[in-house]
Write a new protein. Structure first.
Lengths: 337, 343, 497
């Protein structure tokens, strides 16, 4: 039986049933199909009430809503892909809005320092998150929840309401637009593009997927797993910081609870998961997340146009989230174990 | 099989939380004059009872490998529903209590069914449920809680009964004790052990003839029911408000993790989880007594949970580094005292 | 590639004061296949991990081509030309072959990962190994197990490794796949690569290796050319004593009872036309290549993927078994091939695992628990610190004994065992064999699946051979390996490839 002739391993033809899987709907496709369907249905519903969903104001509304959540969700995507999670983003958004607004203090000359300082603060918070997870080996859920509580304590201790002042020139960031599309939304999409490139084309991106897929495999393959996790958290926090800066420019000042009032922590996770990224990490991506964000933003806009009770929105959101993930779970091949 | 002499045995992860709890209680005794008698501690227990009950419910879900983020919203919903339905009418108390409990069980059932039948991660399911509950309750009440609870309803949260030796014991403490004892007994039994095993390795339980889905469903139902019970206690204790359950899900999870229960399931004891909840409440009380401003409270809480979890994982890391992750590739656990033979 | 030699001298390593390696020496010459043997716990894997830079030795030197190295991590060892193939797969199932092969060392061109180059280099390596049937862009999850092992090897080689350390590379492979791995190892040797080969399988070691080093309890025992050693010598070195007769006696005809399990015309997506009877007291071996439907038979009987056609009779009564729970309740037990994934809840105690079936599938009878548990664990010879020790800290052999104990706790009538001795050491293997035979002696009908032919032949009273999802033939006790292989590969009896 032991043959010494050089025969290759018999390549068994892949069974037909796995071949046909190529045309399965991936979550990303489902998201965009759902988004288009939602836009159509929304337009019809709004149309029936005599309004127009996708007019100038409607588009503006959708994009504006999508901007802040989009930024936070982009960051959240990166950490979730790494197999982690960030519950501190909501407070961080409030904190960075304050840092930016207070540093600027109404002076145009302080715009750049304000932005840089806010981003630096965000990066430090991300670094702390990452280090607590990798060095202290705390579960990401608990680690970022702990950091969230610390940020909350700081905010509650030092602020009771809006503080700082954003110069008028900086408010252009929040309000200028190109046609119906706000500049900030374009910037958000730019950030999304950069992160997409990072995740799918760059080496750190490959490592993020590897760590999220299986930390131990990544480690044994020579991937610096700790560095990867820390990097992901820093990127996530910086993205949240950008959201804070953007909100400061829209509000004209920093607001401690602007992030928590919007529920950015759980909302961003919802957007990421809605976008088809696996909560356990390793599969998914930015493209889906952006789709998820726009679905949520469109839902809100449609409901506004229909003058639906705001509480009803929450109900729909919850149902949409569960339904979407249930669909993905069906579509995905049952993974071993 | 070698049987070592019997030693007192605590479930892994229990010892640290008990140590923390004892330290906090001693701290309380030193810092607060109210804590030199039984009443002080009973008052603490009374305050802590809702969170401890929530932690017990959360424990079932976490140890079987899930999350229940909907309990905070469920508490709010329970209180708001009770207030609206009772509307100050004493005679309505009994059926409303039954209804609130049934509502909790139903929410748990839905959570569990979606998780097990539709294969949606419980984190997402209960997050969705949180949104749905928050929205639905306020939709129903037009945005603000209305109505009022009856005196009888509020008795559970604030009333007490005279017990020999202890004096006035709050009802909530008695309820807590009953729940805790029942939970501890349940976890010692076959179903309880199987629940932990599900959190550890679902497939092994399935191939051993276990009903994995039913066990996980049970965990969610228990969590929902206990959240409703916590709502009844909190409604009496804290009154009706739209914020009554806010953030309780995270607090309950924190308590469970503080009790050394592994997120992701498969390890931890229910008594330790409950002790975690009590520690958390004792910590808040102590911070108050020490005059730490309310605002810093959450910061201190943040530091402490990180420290506790870091201690637990670094500590166990040290203990287990002896045997690296993959069990079969590693050595037979050798007794260090027993010199191995050298040829 | 030029040859590299490795010399490890006086390697010691302790974990929290417990010595796992004590002054081990090892030498690897270019183009040599050097087998490393020893029981579980002898320190083989730790030594491998020291070489791979995963662990840092407390004492001792690692020299490569005469130059001393200190590895800070796996990446350092890779740079020094050392590739390691871990016991378990270290592949990401949802990434492509090329991405896996280059994981951690993706080539970068103008800031971006050079995917074309990754695919090209992977293709070249596959071709070099004569494995060009594997598509570098295919997701690993779509490949059969044997090809995944090839990907592992390519991944190790892609670091320009000149030394390959393989930790039980055949543990997950079926017989014919093992043969193909042999070819691969020989080809690697011809190309001047030094191979450190860890295995429990005697035959592999004798077939492949040039030299053998034996470790016991973390210490060096012997290093000798393979030709100068017999398998008895090896066992003595590893175990420290002689092992008596390898397999327990088979059942005598008069020991066999009524037919306990009868399958007629059984079929589902993986199995067709299965007729099988097992009598009380009988061990029927089930042979076949990986994917031949060997394991699928056991999984079908146990209701994991139930038969869709045919009938299953237990003790003469037709039963419909729709799932594992039904199977357990009808007295069927199943020791799966994936001990850690499907057999045990690793963080739970020995006690909880042993009682898992009883608690999950049966009700009542709890009063007997405390009394029999100890006896039960003793009967399967589990060595643990106590019944409250978590099973993940047990050796593979002891874990497997716990799996057996969990089934014995419910007194099964039919026992299905899939690869019962995979990855466990010589001593534990023998215990498992004796246990199975003793169970048969108590009237249990046993279906045993194993890809280790000597074991299957040594244990079985009859052997049924599967080929492409259907029974290819049945052989009596003591059939030759050639006969089994002949049927399994679709030839007749005796015709051997």
């Amino acid at each position: 039986m032991s043959s010494t002739t050089e025969k290759p391993l018999p390549v068994r033809s892949v069974p037909a049933q796995t071949r046909t899987r190529r045309f399965t709907l991936t979550p990303t496709v489902i998201v965009y199909v759902a988004l288009v369907a939602l836009l159509v249905v929304g337009s019809v519903l709004v149309g029936l009430q005599g309004g127009v969903l996708l007019d100038q104001a409607g588009l503006l509304n959708i994009f504006t809503r999508a901007t802040a959540l989009g930024l936070v969700a982009i960051g959240q995507t990166i950490v979730i892909l790494t197999g982690s999670l960030d519950l501190s983003v909501a407070y961080l958004v409030g904190l960075t809005s304050l840092v930016a607004a207070e540093t600027m203090a109404g002076q145009s000359g302080m715009i750049v320092p304000g932005v840089l300082l806010a981003l630096a603060v965000a990066a430090v918070v991300g670094l702390v998150n990452g280090l607590v997870i990798t060095v202290l080996k705390a579960n990401a859920f608990i680690a970022t929840l702990g950091v969230a509580l610390i940020l909350r304590g700081y905010l509650e201790q030092n602020y009771t309401g809006p503080a700082g002042d954003v110069p008028r020139t900086f408010q252009h960031l929040g309000y200028d637009r190109v046609g119906p599309v706000p500049v900030a939304a374009l910037l958000m999409l730019g950030v999304a593009g950069a992160c997409w490139w990072l995740l799918s084309r760059s080496r750190p991106g490959y490592h993020i997927y590897a760590v999220g897929g299986d930390v131990e495999v990544a480690r044994l393959s020579g991937v610096h797993t700790r560095r990867t996790i820390v990097t992901a958290h820093v990127l996530c926090s910086v993205a949240a910081g950008m959201a804070g800066i953007y909100l400061a420019s829209r509000l004209g000042s920093g607001a401690p609870y602007v992030g928590t009032d919007a529920g950015f922590d759980l909302e961003s996770i919802a957007a990421v998961v809605l976008g088809g990224t696996l909560l356990a990490g390793g599969r998914g991506g930015i493209v889906g997340t952006i789709g998820g964000v726009f679905i949520l933003a469109t839902l809100d806009t449609v409901f506004d146009d229909l003058a639906v009770d705001p509480f009803f929105k929450d109900v729909v959101r919850g149902v949409v989230l569960i339904t979407a993930v249930a669909l993905y779970a069906r579509g995905m091949v049952r993974r071993p174990r | 099989m070698k049987r070592p002499a019997w030693r007192p045995r605590l479930a892994e992860g229990t010892a640290p939380v008990l140590a923390v709890l004892v330290a906090l209680l001693i701290g309380l005794a030193i810092a607060g004059p109210a804590y030199d008698s039984v009443e002080g501690y009973l008052a603490l227990l009374k305050r802590a009872a809702p969170l401890m009950i929530l932690a017990i419910g959360q424990y079932f879900v976490i140890v079987s490998g899930g999350f229940d983020l909907s309990v905070g919203a469920l508490v709010t919903a329970g209180v708001v529903i009770a207030a609206r339905l009772i509307g100050g009418d004493e005679s309505a108390t009994a059926w409303v209590i039954v209804l609130v409990l049934a509502f909790g069980l139903l929410v748990g059932l839905v959570n569990g069914l979606i998780t097990t039948k539709l294969l949606v991660p419980s984190f997402i399911v209960t997050l969705g449920m949180l949104l749905v509950l928050d929205g639905a309750v306020f939709l129903w009440t037009d945005g603000a809680p209305r109505g009022a609870l009856s005196t009888a309803f509020r008795q559970f949260g604030r009333g007490s009964v005279d017990v020999p030796l202890l004096g006035e014991v709050p009802y909530s403490v008695l309820i807590l004790l009953v729940v805790l004892v029942a939970a501890a007994v349940f976890m010692r039994g076959g179903t309880g052990r199987a629940l932990v095993a599900v959190g550890d390795n679902e497939q092994a339980v399935r191939l051993s003839g276990g009903q994995v889905d039913r066990l996980r469903l049970l965990a969610f139902v228990l969590s929902g029911g206990l959240a409703a019970l916590a709502a009844i206690l909190l409604g009496g204790f804290a009154g009706v408000s739209a914020q009554v359950g806010q953030g309780l899900e995270f607090r309950a999870i924190t308590a469970v993790v503080l009790g050394g229960v592994l997120l992701g399931g498969g390890r931890g004891s229910v008594v330790a989880a409950t002790a975690g909840a009590l520690s958390l409440e004792a910590l808040f009380t102590l911070l108050n007594l020490l005059g730490v401003a309310g605002a810093l409270e959450s910061a201190v809480q943040g530091v402490i949970i990180i420290a506790a979890v870091a201690y637990a994982s670094l500590g166990s890391g040290l203990r287990h580094r002896l045997r690296p992750r993959r069990a079969t590739t590693t050595s037979e656990p050798r007794d260090p005292r027993q010199p191995a033979s050298t040829p | 590639m030029t040859g590299t030699s490795v010399r490890l001298t006086g390697i010691s390593k302790s974990f929290l004061g417990v010595p796992v390696l004590r002054g081990v020496d090892l030498e690897l010459a270019p183009g040599e296949v050097h087998a490393l043997m020893g029981e579980n716990g002898a320190g083989k894997s730790t030594l491998l991990k020291v070489l791979a830079g995963v662990h840092r030795p407390d004492e001792g030197r690692v020299e490569i081509d005469g130059v001393a190295h200190t590895f800070a991590g796996p990446a350092d060892a890779q740079r020094a030309g050392i590739g390691i193939i871990h016991q378990e797969f270290t592949l990401l199932p949802h990434r492509s072959v090329a991405e896996n092969v280059h994981l951690g060392r993706e080539p970068v061109r103008r800031l971006r990962v050079d995917r074309r180059r990754m695919v090209r280099e992977t293709g070249e390596l596959l071709e070099w190994l004569g494995e060009d049937g594997i598509d570098p862009t295919a997701a690993v999850s779509t490949l059969p197990v044997a090809q995944r092992q090839v990907v592992e090897i390519v991944k190790a080689l892609a670091t320009d490794a000149t030394v390959l350390a393989m930790d039980e590379p055949t543990a997950a492979l079926a017989d014919h796949e093992v043969e193909l791995l042999y070819d691969l190892v020989r080809r690697l040797r011809e190309r001047g690569i030094a191979i450190l080969y860890v295995s429990h399988r005697m035959r592999e070691v004798f077939d492949l290796s040039d030299r053998i080093t034996v470790l016991k309890d973390g210490a060096f025992v012997v290093c000798a050319p393979t030709a100068e050693l017999t398998s008895e010598d090896l066992v003595r070195h590893m175990v420290g004593r002689d092992l008596s007769a390898l397999y327990p006696d088979r059942a005598r005809p008069e020991d066999l009872g009524e037919t306990r399990l009868r399958i007629t015309g059984g079929g589902n997506a993986r199995v067709r036309d299965l007729d099988l009877q097992i009598r009380a007291g009988e061990i029927v071996g089930l042979a076949g290549l990986q994917g031949s439907g060997r394991s699928a038979v056991a999984r079908a009987v146990f209701g994991v993927e139930p038969f869709t056609t045919g009938t299953v009779e237990l003790d003469g009564v037709a039963r419909r078994i729709a799932g594992p729970r039904g199977a357990v309740r009808h007295g069927i037990a199943f020791v799966t091939e994936d001990r850690k994934g499907e057999g045990l809840a690793l963080r739970q105690s020995v006690r909880d695992n042993t009682l898992l079936v009883r608690r999950s599938a049966l009700r009542g009878a709890r009063s007997r628990v405390a009394a029999d548990l100890t006896a039960l664990l003793e009967s399967v010879e589990v060595v643990a610190r106590g019944e409250h020790q978590e099973v993940r800290f047990l050796s593979g052999g002891n874990q497997q004994k716990v799996v057996l104990a969990k089934w014995l706790a419910v007194d099964p009538k039919v026992l299905l065992v899939d690869e019962p001795t995979r990855g466990i050491d010589v001593g534990a293997k023998q215990t498992v064999h004796q246990l199975l035979r003793a169970l048969a002696g108590r009237g249990v009908a046993i279906l045993m699946i194993s890809s280790e032919l000597p074991e299957l032949i040594g244990m079985s009273d009859r052997i049924l051979v599967m080929h492409e999802g259907r029974p290819a033939g049945e052989l009596p006790a003591g059939a030759s390996e050639a006969a089994v292989v002949g049927l399994a590969t679709g030839h007749g009896i005796g015709e051997v490839a």
